[in-house]
Design a protein around this ligand. Sequence first.
Ligand code: ZN
Length: 248
Amino acid sequence: MLLEECSFPEVEAYLQKNDTLLIPIGAVEQHSPYGLIGTDFIAAEAVARSAGEKLGIMVAPTVNYGISPHHMQFAGSATFSPKTMIAVCCDLIRSFAGHGFRRIFFINGHGGNRHALRTAFQQSKMENIPGILEIFSWYECTGVKRFNSKCFDHKEGRHATPSEISLTMHMRPEAFTHKETSPGKVDVQDTYWPMTAAEMKTTYPDGRMDSAPWLADRETGAAILNAAVDDLCKKLSHYMEMGLVEQR
Ligand SMILES: [Zn+2]
């Protein structure tokens, strides 16, 4: 059930029986010559929509942009500042909680968003927003990790990973027609984090971080999506049964 395709009476009817909302959130950042700039939001949206369909949960429009300042020396990347991201998430939580949503889950596709989301949750609680606020980062779930160690071993890496490239290949196969596919080298860097855009470009000149995106393939992407959706559905089912604390 997509919020963007509902009328307001349909949202009201949904809220009579369900107070859960999924908000996919990603990033607009380079994913090496092998992957799509939209990788993080395409993957998050796919996981959220598929889980939403399985469990009959409403899915809000995707927050496409995220916190990606370290990618800004690569053409096409765009970033929110952490401050903007926290404000955007607080505004969305306030909006949807105002209508009666009490279980709001951000389905996240980008590691750089996590701290801002947590801060937005703390800010929202300070404003007495009731109910459950949670993040689910699809790439961290056990099913996906099991898949990664079996298929990609230590070559999964940390950015432009074969698992996220596989998932987006499954979702947008036509976008990969002219992408790089030839095998490269994986040089694992012993370095610090976070980095400036210049430090990032010098350390990881082709935009990969310890990963082998040439190992990606479409069929694996379909299996990874299923694994992530299964894990998410389990977690959501648990939270949907959880009693909410009454505020006095
Ligand atoms: Zn990514």
